[in-house]
Every structure is written in structure tokens, then in C-alpha cells.
Unconditional design. Sequence first.
Length: 491
Amino acid sequence: MRRKQLVVPKKLWIFFVYILVFTFSTINCSDNIINSYPTDNQNSPTAISPPIEPYYPIPSPSQLKWENSKIAMFIHFGINTFTNKEWGDGTDDPKLFNPTHLDAEQWLNVAKEIGFKYVILTVKHHDGFCLWPSKYTSYSVASSLYKNGNGDVVKEFSKACHKYGLRFSFYLSPWDRHEPTYGTNKYNQFFQNQLIELLTNYGKVGEIWFDEANGDDPNGNIQYNWDLFFSTIRNLQPSALIASYGPDIRWAGNEKGVAPDTNWCIQPKRFSLQPSYNSSRVWSPTECDVSIRPGWFYHKSEDSELKSPDSLVSIYFASVGRNSNLLLNVPPNKEGLISDIDIQTLKTWKNKLDIIFSHDLFLNQNIKSSNIRFNFKDYSPENCLDGNINTFWVTDKGIDTAQLVISLSEKRNINIIKLEEAIRYGQRIKSFAVYGFVNNSWVRIYQGVTIGRTRLIKFNTIYTDKIKVQIKDSYASPTLRTISGYYYANF
Ligand code: FUL
């Protein structure tokens, strides 16, 4: 009897090869995935695309969520609000603290409306006055006239944060000009006790901001037990991020809201708690703090000196647009409310940003790239133009340069381009340029080093239907999740 020969149809062969590629790429990544964050293609459109190998270090899930927040509100409020000072010396009478109409929901309402994703309150500034009734000092709301000493501003604030779905975060000054033990070893225990109160009584914490400022100790002789503080936070609030002086978020280095033009999240390891993946480098994104007013605390005399909405737009470009988060301070007044003038300024600023970014000229236009990982749709350049930050383009392994050309259905005025890497796989691009096709030739609009979560490029208006993004060099196959183009006439 003649045996029937098994004929495997071509489609089935392709399927076998696909399964093989998938299996090998998974095995290949497994080394890296040990001790790392889950970074495979969990958010990709289909579950079977081979995972992308991370380029370490990469953001933790909390850092990633934080970076995608982009903007946050800082709230400086305390005894200084009532003494008209910026730095109290710790001797002001706590009875001076008496906001007559304090309404944390008003603060959160404003924050929500503007689009801030987390809010950081100064629960204790350098003067040592606590906005919560700490058991460890009498220098707090408990000794004030506010609610006859029965108030707890941190409770009201945290409740409002949880209610409005914005991450409850706080600034706690290590420098304490009131506490008698300050400067001795005992102070570490005092600070630790206060930290535990804040970490255990107010629900989930998003970010904790430690300020390095100390006017009484300019050479930094005071020793804080940072290891103790950091490990306490990790134990009690594992997803909270420690910022400014801390392992998770880096201060941008000034109080003007401006990040360095070249801004890497990849940084030398500084704290033992930072996961470094067997290398000396860690993931450390920047946060740019700045106040809407000249001072950090409310002063009536500054009501006419608010930053203009236009200058806040420039600050947005110089912070968010340079791979950083923007932390904008809006201080409540003596009544305990954010003043109308601040709200109006914020609203006009938001309105301007909405107008600038409302119409993405590249959305779902035509795009071609010189390379696509496995030629898979899940990794195709169309993902950069789909308005979805979870989909992205990536090249084949070993391909570190590439070019992408966007063709618009018609010529347009363009003066802003937004680029974003899929940073959950690391910050990979280290040199890039952008060109516009004008008068039959490619004109260079911009060239730079880092992109990261967001790079905003502002340039003199060009009228074109073709834009080219050239990735000149990368640490690993480059990824991009967003390429957007805009036109704003009123710069
Ligand atoms: C500084 C402080 O001294 C200022 O008062 C303010 O809190 C700012 C955010 O940080 O170091």
C-alpha cells in the first residue's frame, strides 16, 4: 500500500515559523526579565506579538504611571501663609494659623479641572509647623485656632484627593526650625515618627517630597537617617515615589520649571534602594518645580505678579517637553482658598494648551519607516499616529538607526512636533533629527539628543505635506509611541 505523503500547506509553515520566533524571543528575554518589572507586550494590541527586550534601566510601574501624568499641583500652605513669610523660624505663635474658609475640595476641584494628576501639599515646611495634629509635637494645627484645635488639614486634603481620584502626595521638610531635638540623633526618631503618622493615617500616598534646603546648615553637616526613612516608606507605602532628595524622582536643579535640554532618565546610581540591574545605572526621571507667583507661599502683595498664561505655556514646553514632569505651585490664601486670580490664570493656561494640542495634524496620516520589527503590524509606524500611547513602533533587534516619513493628505502649516518613546522599554534614542519637505528639499527643523517620555519641538512655521524623523543612533532598537504635529498661530 502506498503511504500518503503529508503535504504541509504554506500557511501552516508560516504559522510554525511564527511560533518558533515567538518562543525564542521569549527565551531570549527571560534572563532580563528576572528581577525586572513586567515589561512585555501586555499593552500591545494582540497578546501574541513577541515581547520587546527592555534596555535597562527601565521605569518601575509607579514611575511609569507618574511620568505619564506629566503635570502636578504643588500646594504651599502653612503658618507662613499667615505671617507673610517664605521661611518661618519656628517661633511664630501657632494661634496665627486660622484659615476662615478652608476647603480642600476647592483645591482639588481646581486641580482636577486643570488636569493635574497628583497634588503635593507642604504638610510641614522648614518652620516645623504641622498641618496635622502630630502626637510628637505641639507645634501643629492642634494648637491653632483652626476648628478650635480640632482640625486636621492633611485629613481634609487626603480625603479630597481620594474623592477626586488625584494621588495624595506630601512635602515633608527634614529641616525643622522648631523641634528642639533637630540636629541631634534623636531628631531622626522624631522625623521617623512623623513620617509613620503620615504614611499610615491618610490612605494611599503617591509621592513624598524631601527638600534638601537648609539655610542654617549650608555645608550639610546635619546627618539624617535616610536609609531608615526610605525603607519605612517602602514598607508602609510600597508604591509611593520618593522625590527631590530620594531614589525615585530627581529634582531638575532649579526652581524655574525648566529641565535640561538633554535630559536622560538613565543616571548613575545614588541610593541603595534604586534597582540597577547589575549595572551602576538607574532609572531617575526629573520633576521641575516652579511657583505661579514669585513666592512659594501666598502673599497678598503678589496678587498682581502672577506668571502670565503665556509664560506658563513656555514653562510647559521647557519641562514636559524635555522629558520631565511639571510641578506647578498654586498657594491658597489666608482664607484657605485658591484665589480667583490664580484660578483664572490656570484656566487661561489650560485653554491655551488645549488649543495648541487639540488638533493633531498627523493623526492617522500616512507613515512609512525604514524598518519594522518582524514586519508586524503591532510594531508598525502607524502606531505612532494613532493617538494611543500604549501602541508603538520598534525596529528589528540590532537596527539602531531608522527613518520615518509622514505624508499628509494636504499641505499644512506646522510649528510644533511632539515625539515620545515607549519608555517602558527604556530610554533608547541618543541622537535624532527632524526635517520638513519644503521647496522640493528636506530642510532640517531640529536636531537633538534625548526624547524620552516627551520631546516638544517648537520651530518657525513651515508649510509642508511631508515630515521626516531620522533616528541617528540608539542604545537599542529605537521605539516611538507618538509623533504628532500641530500649528499654533499665537506664539
Ligand atoms: C525650597 C524651599 O526652601 C522653598 O521654600 C520651597 O518649599 C521650595 C519648593 O523648596 O527648597
